[in-house]
Design a protein around this ligand. Structure first.
Ligand code: UDP
Length: 240
């Protein structure tokens, strides 16, 4: 494979929030279609793309817990929400002429394959996009951690974290601090020491232990997924 052309295998983590568009809740088909177009373009260029989708546009377990629900049950609701995002993305990838398979960590044979890592790799080698749903299938984990774990298991070269409304990692929240400074590059240890919100700590330490680079970038800027895959200098790169 020719890295200059943007080939190679990548894990793309997309937050559920992005899928909601301006609405904040549920799925905005126009947004999902736009993301699918961008993914289709890099797949046509030869990149192998696996995707983990978040579910924050439906439910976050920790938030339901604060409102009095049992944490594990709320987390399962969160995981089920991610699957709806997977199906929406699969639909628009298909409309773009790209084959895909959804694999879920919670078995639901009518809508998805079970998570079978070797089969996922086989799909990728055939040029199919693999979309992982239902997180790790375990409460108390996040889809960020899922993305790190799946990236390692399928041997992706980097974890590309597409964010909604922020173009990298800053020293403070750019939405509330106008003077916030963006990092072009960071070491895992700095992310941890400064408690920077790249992803949850479980995900960061998993990447650190296994030297999996993380690129944090703005998802909805046109062409950014292609830039991320080609290794262009966008966003913030977290590595050793
Ligand atoms: N979740 C979980 N285990 C996992 C992945 C996800 O329990 O392995 C639940 C958790 O409640 C989480 C929700 O699913 O809040 C949605 O995922 P996440 O918050 O990571 O989505 P994002 O914020 O990326 O949209």
């Amino acid at each position: 494979s020719d890295p200059a052309k943007g080939a190679g295998r990548f894990m793309l983590k997309l937050s559920g929030e992005a899928f909601a568009g301006g609405g904040g809740l549920g799925v905005d088909p126009d947004v999902v279609h736009a993301i699918a177009r961008e993914i289709a373009a890099v797949v046509r260029d030869g990149a192998q793309i696996a995707i983990v989708l978040g579910g924050g546009n439906f439910f976050r377990g920790a938030e339901l817990q604060q409102r009095g629900m049992d944490r594990a049950r709320s987390d399962y609701m969160g995981m089920l929400g991610t699957v709806m995002n997977c199906l929406a993305l699969q639909d628009f990838l298909e409309k773009e002429g790209i084959d895909s398979r959804v694999q879920t960590a919670i078995t639901m044979g009518q809508v998805a394959e079970p998570y079978i890592p070797l089969r996922a790799v086989r799909h990728l080698e055939k040029g199919r996009v693999v979309i992982f749903g239902a997180g790790m299938g375990m409460p108390y984990f996040s889809t960020d951690t899922t993305a790190a774990q799946r990236a390692l298991e399928i041997d992706a070269e980097a974890l590309l974290m597409g964010k909604n409304g922020v173009d990298g990692v800053y020293d403070s929240d750019p939405k509330t601090h106008p003077g916030a400074v963006k990092f072009d590059a960071l070491e895992y240890s700095e992310v941890i020491a400064r408690d920077l919100r790249v992803a949850d700590m479980t995900a960061i330490t998993l990447c650190q232990d296994n030297k999996l680079p993380i690129l944090v970038f703005e998802l909805l800027t046109e062409g950014n997924i292609a830039r991320a895959v080609k290794g262009e200098k966008i966003g913030t790169l977290v590595s050793d």
